[in-house]
Write a protein that binds this ligand. Structure first.
Ligand code: ATP
Length: 274
């Protein structure tokens, strides 16, 4: 990976109360401007790993999550709030992640207001971000139920990016979308990365999706990392039978690979509305 790591997680383990070991000794690092994909079948521990990185779950003793030099696992809540601005999430289900009683514009703006922006600044930025992800200004006054899944996921991207984060955790961020809309949203994320240098942690059970976006890939099975490497290495010469079986089971791998920065202009952000 190029560049300095923006995030380094080491020895992450977690057992849910009364449950089995969900994650065992997972370590990873993500460099600025790159995408780390985590793949694995359902129940392999991907989301639990992502939640520990977001500090929604606390890793077992010995686990460490360092974001831009700051250890998150022991950070007081007040300091954590400052970090949250720089470390955002795009969740799986756009309908469930928006408050149904707020317009989407208000929801996007709210994510900046909680970090101290005035109402007018937050609204201006929200309008700007919605425009950048290809959502027309009038849609800001619509409620989540009045948008399609793809449109709402674009709003979720705008909501995550409004704080100008350095890292965004995308937890099955396109899983709820149709294949064609998936490709649009993935391209949008790639364009944003090329333009802003943002890093992504991209969690997905869908190899086709990870192949499309990731520079570096971790393969998880039963809570452990069983293989890791560049996306090209993993796809062309997987060393583990488990990885091979995941590849064999991905019938509709997307043909397009992550665009390189030189292949797209800033205007390409405004892909057509689905
Ligand atoms: N809140 C919870 N309480 C108890 N066990 C849980 C909880 N959440 C997840 N688990 C268990 O932890 C293990 C890892 O789950 P996790 O959700 O991290 O996997 P995943 O790879 O993200 O799967 P999926 O793609 O289905 O979300 C699974 O065995 C799961 O059943």
């Amino acid at each position: 990976m190029n560049g300095a790591p923006i995030l380094r997680a080491e020895h992450l383990s977690l057992r849910y109360p009364g449950g089995k070991q969900a994650v065992s000794d997972v370590s990873l690092s993500i460099s600025a401007g790159t995408t780390l994909g985590i793949v694995g079948e359902s129940g392999s521990g991907k989301s639990t790993t992502a939640k520990m990185i977001l500090r929604l779950l606390k890793p077992a003793a010995g686990g460490s999550v360092v974001f831009d030099g700051v250890e998150l696992t022991s950070l007081p809540q007040r300091s954590l709030k400052r970090i949250r601005r720089r470390l955002q999430v795009i969740p799986q289900n756009p309908q469930a992640s928006f408050n149904p009683r707020m317009t989407v514009g208000a929801s996007v703006a709210f994510n900046l207001r909680v970090h101290g922006a005035t109402r007018s600044v937050a609204w201006d930025r929200a309008a700007h971000m919605l425009d950048r992800v290809g959502i027309p200004a009038a849609y800001a006054h619509r409620f989540p139920r009045e948008l399609s899944g793809g449109q709402l996921q674009r709003c979720a991207i705008a909501r995550a990016l409004i704080t100008e984060p350095e890292l965004v955790v995308c937890d099955e961020a396109v899983s709820a979308l149709d294949k064609s809309v998936q490709a649009q949203v993935l391209n949008l994320l790639a364009h944003i990365q090329a333009e802003s240098g943002i890093a992504y942690l991209f969690v997905s059970h869908d190899l086709a999706v990870v192949e499309h976006v990731a520079d570096h890939v971790l393969v998880m099975q039963h809570g452990r990392v069983v293989e890791e490497g560049t996306a090209a290495q993993i796809w062309s010469a997987p060393s583990q039978p488990y990885t091979r079986s995941l590849l064999d089971a991905a019938p509709d791998r997307l043909l397009a690979r992550k665009p390189t920065p030189s292949t797209h202009a800033a205007t390409a952000w405004k892909a057509p509305l689905d």
